[in-house]
Design a protein around this ligand. Structure first.
Ligand SMILES: Nc1nc2c(c(=O)[nH]1)N[C@H]1C(S)=C(S)[C@@H](COP(=O)(O)O)O[C@H]1N2
Ligand SMILES: [Mo]
Length: 540
């Protein structure tokens, strides 16, 4: 043994050089086994989720849990920076983490086969816990994660087994070995093919569940409303280039919700329950029950509390629905001012969202709706099909529950809805706001007459005045477009005699209560942003 290092700490004796390419190949195959294992878990879980429900698939469930657990400032950051792509970014992030973890587990399994498989089961348990603890989750929702993880742990055990060393005549001399490369490739290919098959089939089945909902929507013919909205006045839309259109087309209407999978509810089996404190007659309605009632049509501008000054989360549509106050009265509900026991109405969606609105506001005579139609068609899935709530004058998170299925009368003292638990205000009337749509920030219009135009809103109060100023100078009155209703936004324009150079444009609105927007900048949490929208332009 002369010349051979006896030091057990020496990993690579000099005269017995390790076969690095072979080591790397084996390690790489181990990491690949881990990846394939992760793929198996997800593919199988997707297939099983088709038998349970699409939302129970682990990536969706973990994503939903992450959304619920994310602290509001971070959520705000995500919405601001990724916009409506925030959910895609979240899912890609989860997949990337999962891939890293899976490769690590594969390498660990090379040394400790059982520990590797155990780690896969732990990951399955995380998916199972996330799925069952979703607000609308049940024990059954654990099944896709559990079955996926069990099969995946077996796959990992089998794949890594193919990587065990077989002493070869050449390797025996220096302690390195080779593994059954052909066996590994066959096993890995089989695992990938089976997992992909399960995943694709699962996706198909989940999509066909949605097909019933799509078919139910396609069959709906909205009857003409008993009370029509009056036609939008001719002068409500100034038709200026770059200015938001008065009515926001459905495809351009902002979307804000926590749903990773947009719920696809079959209108045929949909039911709405009204129950709770002070309800003398609990009621249940089907979609057809609502369609047969007196329908009203109204223009209402919806706004999100997460809208930053100058932000995009506001839109105006023509809605068709039934008066919520009528249904409440039929159920025996009285507002608190008439001795009613409940001051909060909590709307629950099929995906477990809870949204609480003041009973007093809903019953004060304004057009609080259970909406079935949006801009002449049944509600799009993204916007709450089959039925959503709308209360003119209140931010969406306290009024506009989509995919509605339950209305419970309770009190603000007794129950905090989803966003209230996350530090947003219990009550949140929409603040008076204005936004410059054109010119765009950093635009470079030519010197001369430049139309500065935008929208202003103060739902259920109405806009009385809009003013613009340049470089902190005197406020100039803007021309207001014709008012549709006090529940809708209002366009405005000011002809700016622009001179060349850099300029800052600012806007402020005054509502019909006489309140003028404050210059004080506050963020969106807890009850909506304030401050003046400003735009910097370089006039050439
Ligand atoms: N079920 C459900 N309804 C919901 C939400 C949600 O996350 N889930 N978000 C609310 C919020 S915060 C807003 S601003 C409005 C947005 O409605 P839209 O997406 O149709 O514009 O929906 C409200 N209704
Ligand atoms: Mo919102």
């Amino acid at each position: 043994m002369a010349g051979v290092s006896e030091d057990p700490r020496d990993p690579a004796p000099q005269d017995s050089p390790r076969d690095w390419p072979a080591l790397l190949l084996r390690g790489g195959c181990a990491a690949l086994s881990g990846l394939i294992t992760g793929f198996t878990a997800l593919g199988v879980a997707e297939l099983v989720s088709a038998a349970v429900r699409p939302e129970s698939s682990p990536v969706t469930a973990v994503g939903g849990a992450v959304i619920d657990l994310t602290p509001p400032p971070l959520k705000d950051f995500a919405v601001r920076n990724f916009g409506t792509n925030d959910k895609l970014v979240l899912q890609l992030g989860i997949l990337a983490l999962l891939a890293l973890f899976a490769m690590t587990v594969g390498v660990v399994a090379l040394r400790h086969r059982r520990s590797g498989s155990a780690a896969v089961l732990v990951f399955g348990a995380i998916g199972a816990v996330a799925a069952t603890s979703r607000p609308d989750g049940g024990l059954l929702d654990a099944v896709p994660s559990v079955v996926g993880a069990l099969l995946a742990s077996v796959v990992l055990y089998a794949l890594v087994g193919r990587l065990s060393l077989r002493p070869s005549p050449a390797a025996a001399a220096d302690g390195d070995g080779t593994f059954d490369r052909r066996g590994f490739v066959i096993a890995a290919t089989a695992a990938v093919a089976a997992s992909a098959g399960a995943g694709v089939l699962g996706r198909r089945l989940n999509a066909s569940g949605a097909a019933d909902a799509v078919a139910s929507r396609a069959e709906i013919v909205l009857p003409s409303p008993a009370s029509r909205a009056r036609p939008v006045p001719a002068g409500a839309d100034l038709g200026i280039r770059g200015l938001s259109s008065f009515t926001t087309p459905n495809k351009d209407f902002y979307r804000v919700d926590t749903a990773l999978v947009v719920p696809r509810v079959d209108a045929g089996s949909w039911r709405l329950r009204i129950h709770g404190k002070g309800v003398s007659t609990p009621l249940t309605f089907s979609y057809d029950d609502l369609l047969r009632r007196e329908l009203i049509e109204r223009d209402i501008t919806l706004t999100c509390v997460s809208n930053e000054v100058g932000g995009p989360y506001v839109g105006n549509a023509r809605w068709i629905g039934v008066r919520l106050a009528d249904l409440l009265r039929e159920a025996g509900v009285r507002p608190p001012s008439k001795g009613g026991a409940a001051d909060q109405i909590v709307a629950r969606s099929v995906d477990g969202m809870t949204i609480g609105s003041p009973v007093e506001t809903v019953m004060d005579g304004r057009d609080a709706l259970l909406a079935l139609g949006m801009n002449g068609e049944p509600l799009p899935f993204d916007h709450g099909f089959p039925v959503r709530m709308l209360v003119p004058g209140l931010y969406g998170y306290v009024s506009a529950c989509k995919w509605l299925q339950d209305l419970e009368l309770t009190t603000f003292a007794e129950y905090d809805a989803y966003w209230v638990k996350r530090s947003w205000s219990k009550e949140a009337p929409i603040k008076t706001e204005s936004r410059i749509d054109t010119p765009r920030p950093f635009a470079s219009p030519k010197a001369g007459k430049v139309p500065v135009a935008g929208v202003a809103w103060a739902q259920h109060r109405g806009i009385a005045r809009v003013e613009v100023r340049v470089d902190g100078g005197d406020w100039q009155p803007a021309k207001l477009a014709a008012e549709d209703t006090k529940d809708t936004w209002r366009q405005w324009v000011w002809e700016w005699p622009a001179t060349s150079g850099n300029h800052t444009l600012e806007v402020r609105a005054t509502d019909r209560d006489g309140y003028t927007q404050t210059s004080e900048r506050v963020g969106t949490v807890p009850d909506g942003a304030t401050g003046w929208h400003s735009v910097v332009v370089a006039v050439s």
